[in-house]
Design a protein around this ligand. Structure first.
Ligand SMILES: O=c1[nH]cnc2c1ncn2[C@@H]1O[C@H](CO)[C@@H](O)[C@H]1O
Length: 536
């Protein structure tokens, strides 16, 4: 054997030893022969498309690459066969999504236009010059309200005057492009645009300004009882269609009331959940009618509060959360604090309240097995030793069942092993992290570090209305596209595990996993069959 032969023998062995520690190899025996064949096929397609699609210039995207900035690359992603296949994959559970930021702007606008009571106003008259900077706001108003103007574009429009949404749309200046331009304009204000993320607000501090603006604008449309129902239904339909079979969605309960059909702010939290429950029952009914009810396990809610409330005020919310758990025991799955961790209050500020949550629950008559777990956001930051990063210590000390984001966890060897040992899964949101500028693109994302060091992970979408990533296909795609090694088995492993890390009971998990496995086998069968037909 020559020196070079000997070297190559060692090299091959080292690669094999290293790969053997990756999550797909460690869990390799969980997968069928068909799964392996499908994995090989997907690797081949990924390699081909790296050349045929990602290595060529596209109109307006001069430097595409797999795992690139999502908002710029999305149209290219939609052209790939790899993405098309991923859309059919059974995804398991979606464990991190803010329900009130899911349905996209165009669909939300269409829903809003069904209600005459919804009004719009602008910070200044809308003209070709002002349209880029004008701020707008929506609000359902009581029937007694009499509008003073009929168009946002008239010279007589005074800043802040409310106009019925339908009128504002019909009367939108033809010089601006009429109703179609109105729709485009409103939709763009309800989302984060590529120019926001990659040009004007291109860092993790500034992009939150865009995030807040779009989220605030969305609130008065979604937190309107008639829209709320339709919105939840739309979310469930789209999520289910993408192959998700179970959801734990966060609802922002900071506002104590939503607006009712009478235009008054008078709908309390229990009604929000009661509507959620009704929609869920209706949705299940429609699935049953199609004979597809066994593909959907259900949906639960994680009660969330924005981390800017005073610690004393949090007591009200904790009590309210317990109240909601008593009314909807099958729906409330956890408690969390949300919002930009870099500037809002750290978990540490709420320790007295959070530490007594368990005794509070007992004293309010909730038996221990019904106690509401913490499922905290923590470490959604580029920081190392910043207050946002330090939230990881508190989340784990407080006994969080999972961690929302945990982007900075890889900097903490002790915390990584705690997650591994306790089975605390990270709800990793690749596209969210990239658009909020924690990472410039997917190849730089720490996800492979986490999964290949045995930290459990559930892929999630976070805020699909802002990021244009409804369902889980886009996030799974970004993960697959950004690596030469991560393959279909890793995606399958993550999808199956998402059920294990959910708040379902042991029996429900067992049933859901069984269902998932059946669907997975059908999925890989199809990949192999289709590939065979194509090649013959
Ligand atoms: O990525 C995130 N990190 C922290 N908070 C978030 C994120 N996405 C959404 N929210 C919070 O949840 C509310 C909607 O339910 C948003 O208004 C925002 O405060």
């Amino acid at each position: 054997m020559t020196l070079l032969d000997e070297y190559y023998r060692k090299r091959t062995q080292l690669i094999a030893d290293d790969r053997a520690l990756r999550v797909d190899a460690v869990n390799g025996d969980r997968f069928s022969e068909k799964s392996r064949q499908a994995d090989v096929i997907l690797r081949r397609i990924r390699e081909e498309e790296a050349k045929s699609i990602w290595a060529v210039e596209h109109e307006e995207v001069p430097h595409p690459f797999p795992g690139m900035e999502f908002l710029t690359g999305k149209d290219i992603i939609l052209k790939t066969q790899l993405f098309n296949i991923i859309t059919k994959m059974p995804k398991g559970a979606l464990l991190h999504v803010h329900l009130d930021l899911t349905v996209n702007g165009n669909t939300l606008l269409a829903l809003a236009l069904q209600y005459a009571s919804i009004h719009i106003r602008a910070s200044t008259r809308v003209t070709p010059d002002s349209i880029k900077s004008v701020e707008l706001e929506f609000r359902p108003l009581p029937p007694s309200f009499v509008p003073q103007c009929i168009s946002l574009c008239l010279p007589t429009y005074k800043p802040g005057q409310w106009i019925p949404l339908r009128r504002a749309r019909e009367q939108f200046d033809a010089a601006l492009g009429g109703t179609q331009a109105f729709d485009r304009w409103v939709a763009s204000c309800l989302t984060i645009n590529p120019s926001d993320a990659y040009i004007t607000h291109n860092n993790n501090i500034r992009i939150w300004d865009k995030f807040r603006a779009a989220a605030t604008l969305t609130r008065n449309l979604v937190y309107f009882a008639p829209v709320w129902r339709a919105y939840i239904r739309q979310f469930l339909e789209e999520t289910f269609t993408d192959g998700v079979s179970y959801v734990e969605a966060r609802i922002n309960f900071s506002p104590k009331y939503m607006i009712g059909s009478d235009g008054e702010e008078n709908v309390p939290h229990k009604e929000w959940l009661s509507m959620f429950q009704d929609v869920l029952v209706e949705f299940n009914g429609s699935l049953r009618a199609q004979g597809r009810d066994d593909e959907f396990i259900g949906a639960k809610i994680i009660y969330t509060v924005i981390r800017n409330c005073e610690p004393e005020e949090l007591e009200w919310y904790l009590n309210d959360c317990i109240e909601m758990k008593k009314l909807f025991p099958g729906i409330i799955a956890g408690f969390d604090l949300v919002g930009d961790e870099n500037i809002l209050r750290p978990l540490k500020d709420y320790l007295p309240q959070l530490l007594s949550f368990s005794t509070l629950q007992t004293s309010q008559g909730l038996p221990e097995h019904h106690h509401i777990p913490f499922i905290f956001h923590a470490g959604e930051t580029t920081g190392d030793g910043s207050i946002a990063d330090d939230n990881l210590y508190d989340a784990l000390l407080l006994g969080t069942k999972r961690i929302g984001h945990g982007f900075s966890l890889v900097k903490h060897p002790k915390l990584m092993s705690m997650c591994r040992e306790r089975g605390v899964a990270l709800e990793v949101c690749p596209i969210s992290n990239e658009i909020l500028r924690l990472t410039a693109s997917m190849p730089m994302h720490p996800l492979p570090i986490l999964i290949n060091h045995g930290v459990p992970v559930a892929l999630s979408s976070d805020d699909p209305s802002l990021f244009q990533n409804m369902g889980l296909s886009f996030d799974f795609f970004q993960v697959l596209a950004a690596s030469n090694v991560t393959g279909l088995l890793t995606l399958g492993h993550i999808a199956r595990d998402s059920i294990q890390y959910s708040m379902l009971t042991a029996d429900e998990k067992a049933r859901a996993t069984l269902k998932w496995e059946e669907r997975w086998e059908r999925f890989v069968d199809e990949i192999v069959e289709f590939d065979g037909v194509k090649r013959n």
